[in-house]
Design a protein around this ligand. Sequence first.
Ligand code: NAD
Length: 449
Amino acid sequence: MRYQVAVIGGGPAGYTAAVAAAKAGMSVVLFERQSVGGVCLNEGCIPTKTLLYSAKTLDAARQAQKYGIGVDNVSADLVRIQARKQKVVRKLVLGIKSMLSAAGVQLVTGEAHIEGPNTVTCGGQTYEADNLLLCTGSQTVMPPLPGLDTVDCWTHREALQCTSAPQSLCIVGGGVIGMEFASFFCSLGTKVTVIEMAEEVLPGLDAELCALLRDGYARKGVDFLTGTRVTALRPMSDGGVEADYERQDGTGKLRAEKLLVCVGRRPVTQGWGLENLHLRLTDRGNIIVDRQLRTSQPNVYAVGDLNGVSMLAHTAVREAEVAVASMAGKDEYMSYRAIPSVVYTNPEIAGVGQTESALQKRGTAYRALKLPMTFSGRFVAENEGQTGLCKLLIGSDNRLLGAHVLGNPASEIITLAAMAMEAGLTVDQWKRVVFPHPTVGEIFREVLS
Ligand code: NAD
């Protein structure tokens, strides 16, 4: 069987590329060993956001009185919350399958193995392809913590499936996954402790906003041990876990019913014949790609988490589009200038572009403009008792270098700043855009005025 494009991996990158290539008139085969949608849809972005929405609804019901609404007997049923999550995932998986089939993509369920730059085998069949698009994603990193192999430990996968909230939870890694699960289990009444090696949670996002987010969760009862290393883990007789830790001011012990480890992900580069392509790799072992996502083999492209550049589903989708455009002979190039990051805590935190600390490290001149989110009337109307913060970083050319938001719905409004950045708008050009009133997005105009 011969195709113009063979796509390996059916996550957001893979299915986007497959549909785009098929719509461009190419013959496409897509290999997926599990369920289309990848980690994002089956055990990542979508299921977590579904759980977090239930938690947010619970928080809102508990706070309904602040808005003049009486709600009695508020409770959470984790079994039903999980059932709804499964329903959402099933619905979206079916949607992707029908989109692939409508576009005429040949979907092969099974583990693909690369034999060479034009040859893939799967289930005893051989498939030839003019172009290979590799998007096998990433897998959870398990750190070498002493005693980790002796304790019962959750990764995000088990945390996502849990049908009864533990009394107490120790989360190792205060990154994106750690903070989103801290938020979820805190809403459900679990006593959460986050152990983070760095000096602040969510390294990579604006440190001032992260500190405010952390303070907010600390007030809700989450304990944070930042600048802290786990030195030993051991099982307790009641099935829980005991952790020894050390930090600058000394050592300590922590006991919890459950342990969740989330210290990052790494590209999946082994077990599927990637070595047969002899691709050029970075010092860290990531596949080197050019701005069209082409590897050192001209007909082989690597997109999404696999190339290790950005490790976000939305980046993967755009990379997939660029790679397919390149196969079709178009002059499109990937831009990483304005890729938003969002953490779906409650409140959400989001950022795009540079942070102050990155600018300072590089010695780039900038001015920081910031306002509490309460300068947006809509924010005040809908976020009783919340303050939030919006920060814009402006370069010497009067263009946006970075935008950072703490407050709902940061995930939705950050795109406004990303568009201004990607389009290279000056502050004056951005201010001339008319924003609907009242919207939370108007905060950007307020900050600039
Ligand atoms: P991460 O890189 O976001 O965070 C890992 C955290 O663990 C970091 O803060 C790091 O300093 C800390 N850490 C590392 N080793 C440690 C140790 N031994 N002890 C204590 N802390 C330690 O990784 P993640 O949270 O596991 O998420 C994995 C990937 O999934 C990321 O690439 C992320 O972008 C993606 N993801 C994205 C979203 C989103 O966009 N909302 C949600 C979930 C996951």
